[in-house]
Design a protein around this ligand. Structure first.
Ligand SMILES: NC(=O)c1ccc[n+]([C@@H]2O[C@H](COP(=O)([O-])OP(=O)(O)OC[C@H]3O[C@@H](n4cnc5c(N)ncnc54)[C@H](O)[C@@H]3O)[C@@H](O)[C@H]2O)c1
Length: 371
């Protein structure tokens, strides 16, 4: 593998946003909902999370064209009881269902102090942190989790059972940025393997195992084996209990319960997107929670205490060779400043995918920018 061969170009944020917007629009997503979907994807690129921004557009494109995501999102409200609601996403766009679900949780929190919405039969919602930031932007704590197609083995196992099941948590602070933890409960998520494949780079040992519990490092092989269910991501903490692998496995299972049991939704193997060799909807579940800080305490005190926690962590003693201690959300905030100025990096392989969509959808305006 030779990372040196990868060519990278930078594109203005507005150009990438317009591309995402036009692709979704031509695929039949209503204009006001396209705005939500495009916002979630571009926010990922703006945070430097290359795996979930324009790099994921082709995945949604393929799934909508294959008929396994409905571009028109119809939400059914199954239960609504004071601070709590349960919704069915009816196989619509995950970003649209989730935007409305977190918004509903926030409205309920304004009324009751806490608000929570559990969702079933949805689709991949992108970066979990987008939705928690909706809450922290309104001076609330936001929490969301989602299940995903099975790709992670439980501790002592080799069968992909759980998804990469991310957890996101945002809290407002008096720092330049909010505390925003947003990460998979596996060491790595599929998007980062796809980025490695596009870069023609090796995957570090201890991220992925095969069905004999041997480490895998070739990203193309890993992507193939994930399809045949003969590769598994490892939970946070790795393969063994000695390094705490069982704790990542436990967290991923908590996510699965919050994403399936509360909403009588689908879980684990039912989320594989395939039945008898035929592509079928993924039927994912999500969970959203908003907490109104001012119902607990004075908002400014909360922001100051959270900010102090962040500052004291940043200013704590550094390990040899390390010049900085970060807090969650900081790297993405710093990348955002750079990316807004310098543009979004897009490599050759991704550009090729972008041009396939541009040609197939006959997006003449985009051709001028991305050729
Ligand atoms: N929708 C899905 O099914 C799905 C599944 C998995 C992941 N994802 C998304 O993929 C994205 C990337 O996930 P990931 O697991 O690769 O995240 P990651 O490992 O890049 O980062 C996880 C978190 O750690 C923080 N962080 C990074 N370095 C740090 C440091 N040195 N000190 C303190 N904090 C630090 C980051 O700010 C971030 O909040 C997330 O947005 C996640 O929601 C989505």
């Amino acid at each position: 593998m030779n990372k040196g061969l990868v060519k990278m170009k930078k594109f203005a944020v507005d150009d990438v946003y317009n591309l995402i917007f036009d692709v979704f629009l031509v695929l039949g997503i209503p204009a006001d909902e396209v705005k939500i979907c495009a916002d979630v994807l571009i926010e990922s690129d703006l945070r430097g999370i290359e795996s979930h921004g324009v790099g994921r557009l082709k995945m949604y494109y393929d799934r909508i064209r294959d008929g396994i995501i409905n571009p028109i999102t119809k939400i059914t409200k199954i239960r609504d009881h004071a601070a709590i609601a349960t919704w069915d996403g009816n196989n619509g766009m995950g970003q649209v269902v989730s935007f409305h679900a977190m918004n509903e949780a926030i409205q309920k929190a304004k009324k009751y102090g806490l608000g929570s919405v559990a969702v079933r039969n949805s689709n991949h919602y992108g970066i979990a942190g987008y939705f928690t930031k909706m809450a922290s932007d309104q001076n609330m704590i936001g929490l969301t989790v989602t299940n995903a197609r099975p790709s992670m083995a439980p501790t002592n196992g080799v069968e992909p059972m759980l998804g990469t099941n991310p957890i996101a948590f945002s809290a407002p602070s008096d720092c330049e940025f909010d505390f925003l933890f947003d990460g998979a409960t596996s060491i790595i998520q599929r998007g980062k393997i796809e980025v490695k494949a596009r870069e023609n780079a090796e995957v570090p040992k201890n991220w992925v195992i095969d069905n004999k519990a041997e480490y895998m490092t070739d990203p193309q092989q890993i992507l193939k084996n994930l399809v045949s269910q003969t590769a598994s991501f490892l939970p946070i903490g790795g393969m063994e209990e000695i390094s705490g692998g069982h704790k990542g496995y436990g967290l991923a299972t908590i996510v699965e319960i919050l994403s399936a049991s509360l909403q009588t939704g689908s879980f684990m193997h039912q989320l594989s997107g395939s039945e008898g060799g035929k592509k079928v909807p993924y039927k994912l579940g999500h969970f959203f929670l908003a907490m109104d800080i001012s119902a607990f305490t004075d908002l400014n005190n909360f922001k100051h205490t959270t900010g102090e926690i962040m500052r004291q962590l940043q200013n704590s003693a550094k390990a040899p060779g390390k010049d900085r201690v970060y807090v969650a959300g900081e790297k993405e905030y710093l990348k955002g400043v750079q990316i807004r100025k310098n543009g979004i990096p897009i490599n050759d392989a991704l550009l090729k995918n972008i041009n396939i969509m541009i040609d197939e959808l006959r997006l003449e305006k985009q051709k001028k920018v991305f050729r």
